[in-house]
Design a protein around this ligand. Structure first.
Ligand code: NDP
Length: 331
């Protein structure tokens, strides 16, 4: 059964119930097109932004369009000289069980290095984001104090481990005892903060006695403000995401202590993967090696059934995911 998930309206901050299932037949294949069977879909915090009618780094998904998503898929049929039936591909494949995509939209994946799902998790955009944000912008040195928010999540858990591998003293922030136990027990972080059960500023002061040299921010809001308060002279703040602010894009809350950026000569830099597409092979090489050497753990949270897409998306904003949230298309 061919199924698509389409948006019914723009996200306007009032509801996440903006998706409907359709069962439209696939269009005819043109020269350069490939027919795919979707295997696994990636659920990303950016999805709210993609469905909001604001100018951003990508055009918004228009109401009625198939929802944008990263996915991994098997090629069933090809009119492209670059792909053949049996190949596995990734890219913005759309939330659908099957699709016709142009060769330009696809990148081949090599399953000798991992399972299909790994190419949406640690060996995919998640891993690349953590890698470039931490190594190219954060640049932690041995002995630096590095703080990561949403540290048990998809990007945060990989970023934390990369900082540990660089020899830094790493403090992770996450919501709830289970996520904090994972940070301490499995990722072996040096300090852990449960922001849902303790005052974030006091806890950061306790866990970072030498102040903060690198802050890798995934959440923005009050956590960013507390980290700025404890940031050392000329320290680096990496703005990867601001999920606490994704509820209402018309009223983003900035840090009230912003002037400390001047008085402590802080460096704040944001980024998207657009800046790094040409360097993906470098990230992949690092992540494959770290995985094969057992130096890095990719935590995934796998759901099933394309009809559950809308509910799955809500889980990310409710913090109900434990690691990279993925949706296996067929049950
Ligand atoms: P995660 O796997 O980290 O899932 C999101 C987590 O964020 C939740 O599990 C929850 O963890 C936390 N969270 C949710 N709501 C809030 C809130 N209101 N305040 C604080 N924490 C909250 O997702 P990703 O790893 O995919 O994404 C993490 C961040 O990285 C996001 O901000 C995303 O937009 C950004 N990102 C940026 C990219 C880029 O190119 N710059 C690319 C990919 C992601 P907890 O229970 O611990 O609160």
């Amino acid at each position: 059964d061919i199924t698509q998930v389409r948006t019914t309206q723009f996200h306007d901050g009032s509801t996440d119930d903006i998706f409907a299932l359709t069962h439209d037949p696939l269009p005819d294949m043109q020269e350069g097109d490939v027919r795919i069977r979707m295997d696994t879909i990636s659920l990303d915090p950016a999805m709210r932004g993609w469905t909001t009618n604001v100018k951003s780094y990508m055009p918004p998904v228009q109401p009625g369009d198939i929802m944008r998503c990263f996915g991994v898929a098997e090629v069933l049929e090809s009119n492209s000289k670059y792909f053949q039936a049996g190949d596995w591909v990734t890219g913005f494949l759309g939330v659908q069980t099957h699709g016709i995509l142009n060769q330009r939209e696809l990148r081949k994946i090599d399953l000798t290095y991992g399972e299909p799902k790994d190419f949406l998790s640690g060996l995919g955009m998640t891993g690349y984001t953590a890698y470039f944000g931490m190594t190219d912008i954060g640049k932690p040195k041995k002995g630096d104090t590095v703080v990561v928010s949403a540290a048990s999540g998809a990007v945060g858990s990989v970023a934390s481990q990369i900082a540990k591998l660089a020899g830094a003293y790493v403090v992770g922030i996450a919501g709830g005892p289970e996520k904090c136990a994972f940070l301490k027990g499995t990722l072996k972080l040096d300090g852990v903060i449960d922001y849902k059960n303790e005052d974030i500023y006091e806890a950061l002061k306790r866990e970072c006695p030498k102040g903060i040299d690198v802050y890798f921010d995934n959440v923005g809001g009050q956590t960013l403000e507390a980290a700025i308060s404890l940031a050392n002279y000329q320290s680096q703040i990496v703005i990867c995401g601001a999920i606490s602010q994704y509820g209402d894009f018309s009223a983003i809350q900035g840090p009230a202590n912003f002037l400390k950026v001047i008085s402590s000569s802080l460096k704040i830099q944001g980024f998207t993967m657009k800046d790094y597409f040409h360097l993906i092979p470098e990230a992949l090489k690092y992540l494959i090696a770290a995985k094969q050497e057992g130096k890095i753990v990719f935590r995934e949270h796998m759901l099933e059934g394309i009809e559950n897409f809308g509910e799955a998306m809500k889980m990310v904003y409710a913090g109900k995911n434990h690691g990279k949230l993925l949706l296996k298309v067929a049950k």
